[in-house]
Design a protein around this ligand. Structure first.
Ligand SMILES: NC(=O)c1ccc[n+]([C@@H]2O[C@H](COP(=O)([O-])OP(=O)(O)OC[C@H]3O[C@@H](n4cnc5c(N)ncnc54)[C@H](O)[C@@H]3O)[C@@H](O)[C@H]2O)c1
Ligand SMILES: O=C(O)C[C@H](O)C(=O)O
Ligand SMILES: [Mg+2]
Length: 477
């Protein structure tokens, strides 16, 4: 039922073949034996003795790529000129650019967009700072800020290595919701310095999307910035994830006919995403929710150095369950993984209650792969785009910021998050809902519109909107 998307693992091998020594059939069979499929062949040049070709080869797993290249390299009469990976090719020079909205064709244009005329616009903003919203990019621009300390599930890989993710988020902001977003990766992991820096750059932006900043620092950074800035600050890994998770769970619970109040929920990984996801589930009525981190279940009878865990333990695990993940997952109705890959096996899932719901959301490798348990779970979801039911914060952040910018919200509050979750969940109708379709696709164009409408409504009702936006049909860049 589940189909892997081979495209993510394809490589392009440019090779030179001595036509008298080897024929193409031999190359093709060596590639196939090493686990690759040739999906495209381009002849680059050819003469009587030598032919140069680009072979696009897909493999089921990225690990097979090395084997395939070795198999080709070992053939007599073949030399490899170059191997490129389509994903790396796509990243050459970065993934986004800044483009002017109007051309500067002559001296008159120049004096309007730049000096001397621009000075009149500057003075207008100096006299009335709110005009920054109408006369600069602030109205539609979000900073995507990371310190590279918790990038996907890769850990603390630093600000340079975080850039491809932040560029990707910026692309998604623009393509899905018309929001201009700029990636900013900071060369500091000091809480105070991050807060100071974000405050210092804030004049250019209408909102701040914090991304991949590890816990517990992320909680303090977000709280302080929300207090000290008048633009919305939203830690995507916390709240974006929580919104989408709750949306998926609303639909999954309908499928299995259970109510959130009567389920046992195990959340693994009590970091940024785990805390926020637990919070949204508790506010939606969850009662028997148990958090598990590296040392096992969090329980209020223990003392933790991490104050976030102490607070968490005090609000969860009502039956004071102790033990490892493998112990507490027994009889659970719902597993939510926000930790790291490959922590569970099929045997562990078999110990869960009837019709288990498994949301294994660690990226890029989930706590358990769907292919291992697909036949024994009622609903399975991951954070990945190559399996059904992708629970990924990308379903939330574009629409959420579209709404916040349009109504010029001073913050993104709980009511707005719940409104977004309901909007996402209800974009799948009763007839459409199946175990493979509990969450809409990122390409479903109803999602951003529906989040935008519901979130603006919630912002107006809760008094955090500074402006009543025009109709949703005005969504644009
Ligand atoms: N699908 C999504 O939309 C989505 C969104 C956010 C985060 N995530 C994923 O969730 C994971 C956590 O992200 P985060 O931003 O909360 O990071 P984080 O660093 O704040 O938290 C990770 C937590 O997992 C815990 N952990 C690590 N190994 C563990 C183990 N073996 N057993 C139990 N707990 C363990 C850590 O101690 C930490 O508390 C990452 O893999 C990330 O990619 C997915
Ligand atoms: O970036 C993603 O794909 C989701 C999430 O923000 C993560 O950190 O894993
Ligand atoms: Mg993230």
């Amino acid at each position: 039922m589940i189909q892997r998307n081979l495209d993510g693992n394809s490589i392009i091998i440019r090779l030179e073949m001595k036509t008298k020594t080897i024929n193409f059939g031999e190359v093709a069979s060596a590639i196939s034996q090493a686990g690759g499929d040739i999906v495209a062949i381009d002849v680059i040049s050819t003469n009587q003795d030598i032919t140069v070709r680009d072979l696009t080869v897909a493999a089921a797993h990225a690990d097979d790529n090395k084997k395939i290249v070795e198999a080709v390299r070992n053939l007599n009469g073949v030399s490899i000129i170059n191997v490129s990976d389509r994903t790396f090719l796509l990243h050459l020079g970065g993934k986004i650019e800044i483009a002017p909205k109007t051309p500067i064709n002559n001296r008159e244009d120049l004096s309007r967009v730049y000096t001397p005329d621009v000075a009149r616009v500057c003075n207008a903003i100096a006299e009335e700072p709110q005009k920054a919203y109408s006369l600069t990019i602030k109205r539609n621009t979000v900073a995507v800020v990371s310190d590279g300390s918790a990038v996907l599930g890769l850990g603390n890989i630093g600000p340079r290595a975080a850039m491809p993710v932040m560029e990707g988020k910026a692309m998604l902001f623009k393509q899905l919701a018309g929001v201009d977003a700029f990636p900013i990766c900071l060369e500091t992991q000091d809480t105070e310095e991050i807060i100071r820096t974000i405050k210092a750059i804030s004049p250019a932006f209408g909102g701040i999307n914090l991304e991949d900043i590890s816990s517990p620092r992320c909680f303090e950074i977000e709280r302080r910035l929300n207090e000290e800035l008048d633009i919305p600050v939203f830690h995507d890994d916390q709240h974006g994830t929580a919104v989408v998770l709750y949306a998926g769970l609303i639909n999954a619970l309908k499928l299995v006919g259970k109510s959130i109040e009567n389920t046992k929920i195990v959340v693994c990984g009590i970091g940024a995403a785990g805390v926020a996801c637990s919070n949204i589930l508790l506010s939606a009525g969850a009662r028997n929710l148990i958090g598990v981190d590296r040392e096992g279940a969090l329980v209020k009878t223990e003392t933790y150095d991490n104050p976030i865990w102490q607070d968490y333990a005090g609000r969860t695990n009502p039956h004071l369950q102790t033990g490892s993940l493998h112990e507490v997952i027994k009889d659970a109705d719902i597993f939510i993984g926000l930790s790291r890959g490959n922590l569970l096996t099929r045997e562990h899932i078999k110990t869960m209650a009837k019709d288990p719901i498994v949301f294994a959301m660690a990226n890029p490798v989930p706590e358990i792969m769907p292919s291992e348990v697909e036949d024994i779970v009622a609903v399975m979801a991951t954070g990945r785009s190559d399996y059904p039911n992708q629970i990924n914060n990308v379903l939330c952040f574009p629409g959420m910021f579209r709404a916040a910018l349009d109504c010029r919200a001073i913050e993104i509050n709980e009511a707005m998050k719940l409104a977004a979750a309901t909007a996402i969940a209800s974009s799948i109708s009763d007839e459409e809902r199946t175990k493979y379709y509990i969450i809409p696709s990122v390409f479903n164009d109803r999602v951003v519109k529906s989040i935008r409408e519901k979130v603006v409504e919630a912002a107006l009702q809760t008094g955090v909107a500074r402006r009543v936006p025009r109709k949703s049909s005005d969504i644009s860049g």
